[in-house]
Design a protein around this ligand. Structure first.
Ligand code: SF4
Length: 477
């Protein structure tokens, strides 16, 4: 291990980077039962132990810190537990610990038993040279760094309140879909809100990453990226994939060359979508077809068009038919040109309502498909669809662009937008409402969906503020 001797006699290990591709969370099979639990030989808890729980205990320091000593006898004073590391390398970085009056600054590694250090080959891994403390449930082996120096080990098996672990097990072992369903009402509103906010920010970050990937696929062109994002959104789940594909086989820059002709925009969109391959005898249809044949030859588009069978109509309300949505999308491009600017400028649902107040051409005011009239007169985009576009296109695009150009105000605007948009109504939001969570705006509904899918279902209660609050009522919490 490389270290620097400080002038005042304190030692500071130098940070080292972790090697790539290392399998970080290996379990030691000899200690596991078929559920992946470690059974301690020690009598005082008589409980199964999992490494995640030990991480949780260390992260929040939920153990008795009185007379803390390493197993080799040195006095230990923890100044800072460090920051959890989700990537390869030691479990916590930047920890600050005083061991026998010497200040240490470096990594902390957590294991169920100290022998796991060697089982995981850390003794040959330079990324672990800067581990200053090995925290284990049970110390069963003297361990060393790569350079042969021993690592102080802190054993926690006699330091943790058994009821803490009881509460943890009760929480994660219940078969309920939401393990905390019976106790969440006892958790204060501030804790619940802070977890919803955390989940919402997780969701927004994930969406930003998806948009940044899309941006790369669209040659770092934000106009094409916004067009693709909005196209996918106009497919409203059932037809989102063919809509996205349509934006691939028909770049926005071609449509914008015909910005002043709704007929050309419709011809290009319907033609590339494959809808003009039908034997329909109607003046509007035949005009579109003629225009498409001319433009597709000009831009060499014809061979890349989609097929009619890729579009779904089954179980959709007529207002959601892909034909009708393509007609709206064509009108949107005709009216706004730059979809990127339009989405970035949205400050509240009313702005989008105005932007999507689209009066369709005469044909689509009383048709839902080519050759199929409807007694119902269709107008602009419905309120539910507008909210959907704010949630899935406008807010994520604003946040993604804000992160891309490092402008926090755009990220804040995205969050504000969600706070002004009504909540989605689905089984997940309904379930949370039944458990007493206030789901008023899209900010809450989006956060609650993320919470359910990515915390409750995978049982990540230890990473959840609500779970941590329920588990923590021990004497050292
Ligand atoms: S993840 Fe959080 S909200 Fe979900 S069940 Fe666990 S404690 Fe409850």
């Amino acid at each position: 291990m490389s270290r620097q001797e400080h002038a005042n006699g304190r030692m500071f290990p130098v940070a080292a980077s972790a090697p790539e591709g290392r399998n970080k969370k290996l379990w030691t099979n000899s200690h596991l039962d078929d559920k992946g639990y470690f059974f301690t030989l020690m009598p005082h808890l008589q409980l199964a132990m999992k490494e995640d729980f030990l991480h949780f205990i260390w992260r929040f320091q939920y153990f008795d810190k009185k007379d803390l000593k390493a197993t080799s006898g040195e006095l230990i004073n923890i100044l800072h537990p460090g920051f959890a590391n989700d990537d390869a390398g030691p479990d916590f970085s930047d920890a600050k610990v005083v061991i026998n009056d010497i200040h240490w600054h470096g990594h902390v590694e957590i294991h169920l038993c100290s022998a796991d250090w060697n089982h995981h080959h850390h003794h040959h891994d330079p990324a672990y040279d800067n581990v200053i403390l090995h925290v284990v449930w049970e110390d069963n082996k003297l361990i060393h760094r790569n350079d042969g120096s021993p690592i102080p080990t802190l054993e926690l098996k006699h330091k943790i309140d058994a009821s803490l672990k009881d509460r943890y097990e009760q929480l994660v072992e219940t078969p309920l879909k939401v393990p905390c369903a019976s106790s969440i009402q006892d958790v204060g509103n501030i804790v619940r809100l802070s977890m919803l906010e955390k989940a919402l920010m997780d969701r927004l970050s994930k969406r930003c990453r998806t948009i940044h990937k899309l941006l790369v696929l669209r040659n770092n062109d934000w106009e094409e990226t916004a067009y693709a994002l909005l196209a996918k959104n106009f497919g409203f789940k059932v037809n989102s994939e063919p809509f996205l594909r349509l934006s691939e086989v028909l770049p926005l820059k071609i449509l914008l060359k015909h910005r002043n002709s709704l007929l050309s925009i419709e011809a290009l969109l319907f033609g590339q979508a494959g809808f003009l391959d039908q034997p329909i005898k109607e003046p509007y249809f035949e005009t579109l077809k003629e225009e498409y044949l001319f433009l597709s030859k000009k831009y060499q588009l014809y061979d890349n068009r989609l097929s009619l069978v890729q579009w779904k109509f089954m179980r959709l309300r007529p207002a959601n038919f892909p034909t009708f949505r393509i007609a709206q999308f064509a009108m949107l491009i005709f009216r706004h040109g730059s979809l990127f600017s339009m989405l970035l400028s949205i400050e509240n649902p009313k702005t989008l309502l105005d932007a999507l107040e689209l009066k369709l051409c005469d044909y689509w005011q009383n048709h839902v498909n080519f050759g199929k009239t409807s007694a119902h007169k269709f107008s602009g985009t419905g309120k539910e669809s507008i909210n959907n576009i704010i949630i899935n296109s406008a807010a994520p695009l604003q946040a993604a662009y804000g992160k891309y150009i490092d402008r926090q105000s755009l990220v804040d605007n995205a969050v504000n937008l969600l706070q002004q948009t009504p909540a989605e109504k689905n089984n997940i939001t309904k379930m949370w409402k039944g458990l007493g969570l206030a789901i008023e705006h899209a900010f809450d509904s989006q956060g609650s969906i993320e919470l359910y899918n990515n915390y409750c279902i995978p049982r990540k209660c230890l990473d959840c503020t609500i779970g941590a609050h329920i588990i923590k009522k021990g004497p050292w919490a």
